[in-house]
Design a protein around this ligand. Structure first.
Ligand code: GDP
Length: 364
């Protein structure tokens, strides 16, 4: 599955947010089996209102949402790349994640110590990003030397990789994250393969005081502007509100949300933003038993999409019966879609689109 690591300086609200995420998931456990792999790893359901529509049309018995894994990565402090705090362990944990949710403190509270003295989210972002870039700098410099030898010897792959590494090095030396590197689409895999920390997609989670949960505040505005400049994303939440909502029964949640001026829990936005950040899309399978969402990366072809359900579906793939979500809803299900000519048989080169309702035909 896809993993999103939660990082941030101490006392910014990471644990509060992580606990709210997993408590919400635990509260839904009646419908959605919740699993905690380790104390700091939680699997959360990706909220998707389309599932309810599909379930209603097909008369499915249950809804099974797709899931995203969040990892609470504690222990990052200034100097982590030099082994301060839990430095190296922490960096290794980030390396295993596909994206980073970076919690930044945007609330003032004299009772809660800020490790850097006062509230300044941009400085905090730079503190953490500097540690990630220093770790990348060290790992790149170590690997460039042997690669230069190989490239000189005429190894074409080594040459290409070296070129990519040098472009990353230029950025990181300049104090800019490797995710800003200009790459050709076909270099995406190679960049991921470098295992750089600052090349991972980032979502800033602005933890604001309760009164600012709906609109944000001047701190979160600064973070949003920064995110726009540097190819990151940002969302506003109040970890405190989220932790209070998480333990309420569903019917009371609605009233509570209304009272604080929110349409839905901020965590839903965090989960969805994480999903977008990872370049993930959803397809559906719908039947009398269940309406279910499945996660694939953008650009995945039908047989590989089928493999998410079962590897046999990929091996024996014949065709994917395909209906776009909008057609399925507008035409009230499969037979309506067939009559209207909106039912397609797609082959092995078909790139699955977000919202496709699929049924795989395969040989066993
Ligand atoms: P972590 O070290 O980043 O995991 O931070 P915690 O989640 O443990 O939070 C540190 C302290 O800040 C705890 O006492 C929380 O109750 C408090 N805290 C977290 N979020 C907020 C918030 O939005 N407002 C206020 N006033 N306190 C918060």
């Amino acid at each position: 599955g896809f993993k999103c690591g939660i990082v941030g300086l101490p006392n910014v609200g990471k644990s509060t947010l992580f606990n709210a995420l997993t408590q919400t998931a635990a509260a839904q456990a009646a419908n959605y089996p919740f699993c905690t792999i380790e104390p700091n790893v939680g699997d959360v359901a990706v909220p998707d209102p389309r599932l309810e529509k599909l379930c209603e049309i097909a008369g499915s018995k249950q809804i099974i949402p797709t899931r995203l894994t969040f990892v609470d990565i504690a222990g990052l402090v200034r100097g982590a790349s030099k082994g301060e705090g839990l430095g190296n362990q922490f960096l290794a944990n980030i390396r295993e994640c596909d994206a980073i949710a970076h919690v930044v403190r945007c609330f003032e509270d004299g009772d809660i110590t800020h490790v850097e003295g006062d509230v300044d989210p941009i400085r905090d972002i730079e503190t953490i990003e500097t540690e990630l870039m220093l770790a990348d700098l060290e790992s790149l410099e170590k690997r460039v030397v042997p690669l230069e030898k190989k490239a000189k010897g005429g190894d074409k792959d080594a040459k290409e990789l070296l070129d990519l590494m040098r472009r990353c090095l230029d950025l990181v030396r300049d104090g800019r994250p490797a995710r800003l590197v200009a790459i050709a689409p076909e270099e995406r895999g190679a960049l991921a393969g470098l295992g750089l920390l600052s090349s991972k997609p980032v979502l800033y989670v602005c933890n604001v005081e309760e009164g600012a949960a709906a609109e944000g505040n001047s701190f979160s505005q600064k973070v949003a502007a920064r995110a726009r400049e540097e190819g990151a994303a940002s969302v506003v939440v109040s970890a405190k509100i989220e932790s209070e909502i998480a333990v309420l029964p569903a019917e009371e949640q609605k009233d509570y949300l209304e009272a604080v001026g929110l349409e839905e829990p901020g965590l839903n936005r965090v989960i969805r933003a994480g999903y977008t950040l990872l370049r993930l899309v959803t397809y559906f399978t719908v039947g009398p038993k269940e309406a279910r969402a499945w996660t694939i990366e953008q650009g995945t072809r039908a047989p590989q999409a089928a493999a998410v359900i079962h590897t046999d579906f990929e091996k024996g793939f014949i065709r994917a019966e395909t209906i776009a979500y909008e057609d399925y809803v507008a035409l009230r299900g499969e037979s309506g879609a067939r009559e209207a000519g909106k039912f397609r048989l797609e082959g092995k080169d078909y790139v699955v689109a977000d919202g496709d309702v699929l049924h795989f035909r395969f040989n066993t």
